[in-house]
Design a binder for this molecule. Structure first.
Ligand code: KG4
Ligand code: ZN
Length: 364
């Protein structure tokens, strides 16, 4: 006959630490549907993603209703695919993390609803993850991750922020865009040049054949003493040049204008990041979010920071855009560091607008 003893409990607790925390992450905030499994001991075990880019391309941008419907179609098979890669069962999960915000309300509700249903079925707690915290932590998925503290430039389709990251969950906003995000500046410039959606990668491709000095574009707010950004004026400047070129614009002049736009956007981003580094004195800089995939931004920042002896960290290219690996990672770290963040599955909410600096350590 066996009886459960104190040492059994201690062994179980020890096993849990040795085995790590296993978390399923779900991302559906915009136009990528993704699922991933992350273990705090073994790292990323499986991930699957479907991009809706082809579906939205016909409309020149994300159509929220179509995005939600496609998330519904795709999410459960993607979870199953990630689970099979990881070789684990849903019963083995310690928690289910999902993107709670910010993002498109209907799209977020799909991920939150599926997470909650799985949580009820498997009796697992839920962790609502801030999408931008996922982006911020995405370089931790690399084999050579940065240590806290670091300065972060967060550049996505909807956000442009400089953050002082003191520690996990301790984020101070140093500056942000007062109008368009850097990704929007790429996307809108690309649209004006007749390129497809999403415009960032397309504009970068066209720019490769162009001469950035052929057009003199403004660098809004670049020399202002604050750490804020403004890109709306740049879009207007691109519009004026496109109109002046007219319908018969040569391929070379379009490439030149693309190169000039990319140069202006990355100049501003680099300039403000250098200023923020000077202000904070941080010796490591992390660049995260979709625009972090831009090669010119990477090269300019690397050159500028190297001369200051500052280390630069990027997520791997596959983790620059939206993905669930970063959500599973952020959820697993929250479960480990702030277990009170975990909530019983059942009723759930989403936060389409959610301030990153408010998420902090205490449960919300
Ligand atoms: O982080 P993300 O995938 O989604 C959001 O949370 O917004 O960022 C998407 C943004 C889009 O504006 C896209 O055009 C831009 O990132 N982007 C790029 C590049 N790849 C993606 N912008 C410039 N150069 C790129 N290579
Ligand atoms: Zn994102």
């Amino acid at each position: 006959m066996t009886s459960k003893s104190w040492s059994d409990d201690a062994d179980t607790a020890l096993d849990a630490r040795l085995l790590g925390m296993l978390v399923l992450g779900i991302e559906t905030s915009c136009d990528e549907t993704a699922a991933a499994l992350y273990d705090t001991r073994d790292g990323l075990l499986g991930h699957a993603l479907h991009s809706q880019v082809d579906m939205h391309q016909a409309y020149g941008g994300v159509v929220p209703e179509l995005a939600s419907r496609d998330h519904i179609r795709r999410l459960v098979p993607l979870i199953e695919s990630a689970r099979q890669q990881a070789g684990v069962s849903l019963q083995q999960l310690d928690a289910i993390a999902y993107t709670r915000g910010p993002g498109l309300a209907g799209a977020l509700l799909v991920g939150a609803g599926v997470a909650s249903a799985l949580g009820v079925a498997q009796d697992k707690p839920l962790i609502g993850v801030h999408h931008l915290e996922g982006h911020l932590l995405s370089p931790l998925l690399s084999t050579q991750p940065p240590d806290f503290p670091f300065l972060a430039l967060l550049v996505s389709g909807g956000h442009t922020m400089l953050l002082d990251v003191q520690d996990f969950g301790r984020y101070t906003l140093l500056g942000e865009t007062v109008d368009d995000a850097a990704g929007e500046a790429f996307d809108k410039s690309a649209k004006l040049l007749g390129l497809g959606y999403p415009g960032g990668p397309e504009l970068a491709r066209l720019a490769a054949a162009g001469n950035p000095r052929a057009f003199d574009l403004p660098r809004p707010k670049m020399h202002s003493p604050d750490l804020d950004f403004s890109f709306a004026g740049l879009k207007t400047a691109v519009l004026t040049r496109v109109r002046a070129l007219g319908a018969q614009a040569s391929e070379q002049s379009r490439a030149d204008l693309a190169a000039a736009a990319q140069d202006a956007i990355t100049d501003v981003l680099v300039h403000k990041t250098l200023r923020a580094q000077q202000v904070t004195g941080r010796s490591a800089v992390v660049v995260a979010g979709g625009v972090g995939a831009n090669r010119q931004l990477r090269a300019k920042l690397a050159a500028a920071l190297q001369s200051r002896g500052v280390r630069l960290f990027f997520p791997e290219l596959q983790w620059c855009g939206d993905n669930a690996a970063m959500i599973a990672l952020a959820g697993a770290l929250r479960l480990q560091r702030f277990p009170d963040n975990a909530r019983a599955a059942g009723a759930f909410d989403v936060l389409p607008r959610w301030d990153l600096t408010q998420i902090g350590a205490p449960p919300d």
